[in-house]
Design a protein around this ligand. Structure first.
Ligand code: NAD
Length: 438
């Protein structure tokens, strides 16, 4: 099939483009930044994801993937057009649909001249009703064509996780695939792309598909905040939350919930934004989502608990050298959006600490936020060698090696991700962690 991906230079768009080309489709990855487009055409991924560069290079060498700025050319040649543009939060928590608006108008303009039937697939995360009430009317207005007659429409939420995006896209058995369809013809066209994927496929309405994405992310975010509240209580009561977690997971009704890890909370481009957007959407129709409001509140408190723990040792923190291990919102990515490292570093700056940060992938993106206000070490060892205390902020596997901390100048470790086992550290270290008894 010939496929266009609008937003093909971003995390979801580029992964979708490279993976569909890997499956043998001809893919136009449509972007708006010429520098990024050139990079992609030269086989360089514009985001960090394991294996992404490899499958990208292979697709380009087979002549199956083309990055372009030319919407018209790409869309005129495609039978399926994915919208993968960003839907960031606005001040009030609702989603900013400006990128969706532009993409829909561009599609409408192209459809005006296009003779063959094609299907528009919204993959961006949008609140229930957006595809029907916003995307379709814009395309119809610009193209002067009718949805369900001249072109088809689907909503296909993306469930990939940054850090394992390529694997999640190509092998979605754990996540499943959801196809929201305007009508059977639209859904049948999109189904052809996924029919050989080893995963359950649920076909539903456009609104149903939109809601499933929000319900899933909100459910998982709620689990994280629940785990964090219980862990905070455990710490005060002298109970190790990690044991409690194992005990909880023994109950098959709870199961091996990977979202029961306690720590400094969730970040990234999805959970915070999606929970806020669902709350805002619910408010607009007079419904209160109290559980989710509390979920966000707990998430704001968690990272600052690390600073409180630090204050036990430094009164004041001012002038002390603190290592921050990890900047990305989680391991396996360079994404800094809503990373918990941001409130932590801002709080350390407020306290006038001297910050030595290290992240194996996210330094460049971190510089877009902090500029040269903090010192970026080239290795974890270098950050630690300078530090009187260390805050573990991202769960990169290399930070779980206890030997790493022998490089530390000081002896205070505050583990925001519970990736160290204090039993494996020499007794000279002072270990603090969320959910670990005081
Ligand atoms: P992103 O900001 O990394 O990518 C969006 C890309 O779209 C950018 O490169 C931007 O330049 C491009 N773009 C915007 N308007 C364009 C236009 N008119 N033409 C061509 N390119 C255009 O965002 P993302 O993280 O990839 O997220 C995209 C959507 O997918 C969001 O709605 C997000 O909520 C959802 N989502 C993201 C993830 C994730 O893990 N990142 C997972 C599931 C769903």
């Amino acid at each position: 099939m010939k496929i266009s991906i609008i937003g093909g230079t971003g995390y979801v768009g580029l992964t979708t483009a490279a993976c569909l080309a890997f499956k043998g489709h001809t893919v136009y990855s449509v972007g708006r930044n010429i520098e990024k487009i050139n990079k992609i055409n030269n086989g360089i991924a514009t985001v960090y994801e394991e294996c992404l560069s490899d499958i990208l290079r292979s697709a380009i060498s087979k002549g199956l993937l083309f990055a372009t700025e030319d919407h018209q050319k790409a869309l005129m040649n495609s039978s399926i057009i994915f919208i993968c543009v960003g839907t960031p939060s606005k001040e009030d928590g609702s989603i900013d649909l400006s990128q969706i608006k532009t993409a829909s108008e561009q599609i409408g303009e192209s459809l005006k001249k296009k003779k063959d039937y094609c299907v528009i697939v919204v993959k961006s995360t949008v609140v229930p009703g957006t595809t029907e009430e916003f995307v379709i009317p814009l395309i119809e207005e610009k193209s002067k064509k009718e949805a369900g007659v001249d072109f088809g429409v689907c909503m296909n939420p993306e469930f990939l996780r940054e850090g394992s995006a390529v694997k999640d896209f190509l092998y979605p058995k754990e996540q499943g695939i959801v196809i929201g369809e305007l009508d059977k013809r639209s859904g049948d066209s999109l189904f052809k792309i996924y029919e050989d994927f080893d995963a359950k496929i649920l076909r539903t309405t456009l609104r149903g598909a939109e809601m499933i994405k929000y319900a899933r992310n909100s459910y998982l975010a709620k689990d994280i905040s629940f785990a964090n509240e219980i862990a905070n209580l455990c710490r005060k009561l002298g109970v190790d939350y990690n044991e409690v977690k194992i005990g909880m997971e023994m109950d098959s009704r709870i199961g091996r919930g990977r979202f029961l890890n306690a720590g400094i909370g969730f970040g990234g481009s999805c959970f915070p934004k999606d929970v806020k957007a669902l709350i805002a959407k619910a408010k607009s129709v007079g419904v209160e989502l109290g559980v989710l409001e509390r979920t966000l509140l707990v998430n704001e408190i968690q990272p600052l608990l690390m600073i409180n723990m630090l204050k036990e040792f430094f009164k004041p923190i001012k002038g002390h050298k603190i290592a921050v291990l990890g900047l990305a919102f989680k391991k396996g990515t360079d994404d800094m959006r809503e990373s918990r490292s941001i409130p932590i570093i801002r709080a350390l700056q407020k306290e006038e600490a001297l910050i030595y940060a290290f992240d194996p992938q996210a330094t460049a993106r971190s510089k877009e936020i902090f500029g040269d206000e903090i010192y970026y070490a080239l290795t974890a060892e270098e950050a630690l060698a300078n530090a009187e205390a260390c805050l573990i902020v991202t769960d990169w596997p290399q930070f779980s090696n206890p030997k790493l901390y022998n490089h530390m100048k000081g002896r205070i470790i505050i583990d925001g991700r519970r990736i160290l086992d204090p039993e494996n550290l020499s007794s000279s270290f002072v270990y603090r962690a969320i959910g670990f008894p005081e």
